[in-house]
Design a protein around this ligand. Structure first.
Ligand SMILES: Nc1nc2c(ncn2[C@@H]2O[C@H](COP(=O)(O)OP(=O)(O)OP(=O)(O)O)[C@@H](O)[C@H]2O)c(=O)[nH]1
Length: 313
């Protein structure tokens, strides 16, 4: 991210600077400001920088003269009488933060900018500084929200539009910690599409993808609030069921299995005639990896026993 002091004031200043002599009359200075549409003039002699004369100095001066009923257009005085001196300067390679600090701390709205040889190279205003400052802050806020969006995307499976294994691992750590704290079990259900290699071989990979999306949606729609579905990998999904014992996990698994079966997606190469899933479940309040291993062996049993069914460890 851009640090505020990474931006040198040379990038923000205006190089259009008009200088006047201290003896110049206020009337000429006023005309010069108006002719060049500037808000300040730098006051300089051959010996160097003397001060700065701003629009505001002139307004205050005229206001005082009018109030004192002493406004005489033929004798408005000279620049030396009104200028701010000595002029506080900044270096062209000073950073935005440094220059903004000088400007705010000393209440100076126009700062002449000099190079390393002390020659005048520009003028920077407080408005230039604040505008640059807010632009950088805005960009940094955009970056933060882009990063958040990327982070969220990196946890979603693009095919099924559900959490991926990374998201599952992150969430499971919390579910496990809560189960241990409250000593109430949580359930895990592994679901695997039956005969899916044959499905792909028969209908093609694209229809295979479509079927996986439909399966994920049907299972997702069958869930109770608080339960979460993730893609575990390939054609395998996993349900995470907080505060759920073995009986509850069995109900959730059966609801999910039924939901897929009821889609009645034709699968000619399956002995069951349509697309189905098998499920293996485990529940407890222990280590989630051990529960996944348990659910996996239960799933193996469900497959061995004819598929389209749920088994528990
Ligand atoms: N179309 C598609 N196929 C996938 C995807 N991920 C995994 N598969 C396929 O799913 C099939 C899984 O095959 P197997 O592990 O042999 O299991 P199966 O054919 O479903 O058989 P059982 O699980 O024993 O019922 C493989 O052919 C994978 O290529 C995917 O994202 N899209």
């Amino acid at each position: 991210m851009t640090q505020l002091n990474d931006v040198p004031v040379a990038q923000l200043m205006s190089r259009r600077v008009i200088c006047v002599a201290p003896e110049e009359s206020i009337a000429v200075a006023l005309n010069t400001l108006r002719a060049h549409k500037l808000s300040c003039l730098v006051v300089q002699t051959p010996a160097g920088l003397e001060g700065i004369l701003t629009e505001r100095d002139l307004v205050v001066h005229f206001d005082n003269l009018v109030s004192a009923e002493q406004l005489n257009v033929r004798n408005l005085g000279c620049v030396r009488q009104l200028m701010s001196a000595p002029a506080i300067t900044v270096q062209e390679d000073d950073g935005l933060q440094t220059v903004l600090d000088v400007s705010v701390r000393q209440g100076i709205r126009h700062l002449p900018v000099v190079n390393t040889s002390g020659e005048l190279v520009g003028v920077v205003t407080q408005t230039d500084l604040v505008r640059a400052y807010s632009h950088i802050l805005e960009r940094q806020l955009d970056l933060v929200s882009d990063n958040k969006r990327l982070m969220a995307l990196s946890l979603i499976d693009p095919l099924m539009s559900i959490g991926n294994r990374r998201a599952m691992e992150g969430d499971l750590k919390h579910v496990q910690a809560k189960a241990q704290r409250t000593q109430s079990p949580y359930g895990l259900v592994l679901l695997d599409v039956d005969w899916f290699k044959r499905y792909n071989d028969h209908y093609g990979h694209q229809l295979g993808d479509q079927a996986l999306r439909a399966v994920a949606k049907a299972i997702g729609d069958s869930l109770r609030q608080g339960d979460r579905l993730y893609r575990y990998g390939g054609e395998e999904l996993i349900l995470v069921l907080p505060d759920t014992d073995q009986a509850g996990a069995l109900q959730a698994a059966e609801r999910a299995r039924e939901a897929v079966s009821q889609l009645q997606l034709e699968h000619q190469d399956s002995p069951l005639g349509h697309l189905t899933v098998s499920a293996g479940l485990a529940s407890g309040d222990g280590d989630w990896q051990a529960l996944v291993a348990g659910a996996d062996s239960a799933l193996y049993e469900a497959k061995e026993n004819g598929r389209n069914q749920t088994r528990a460890v």
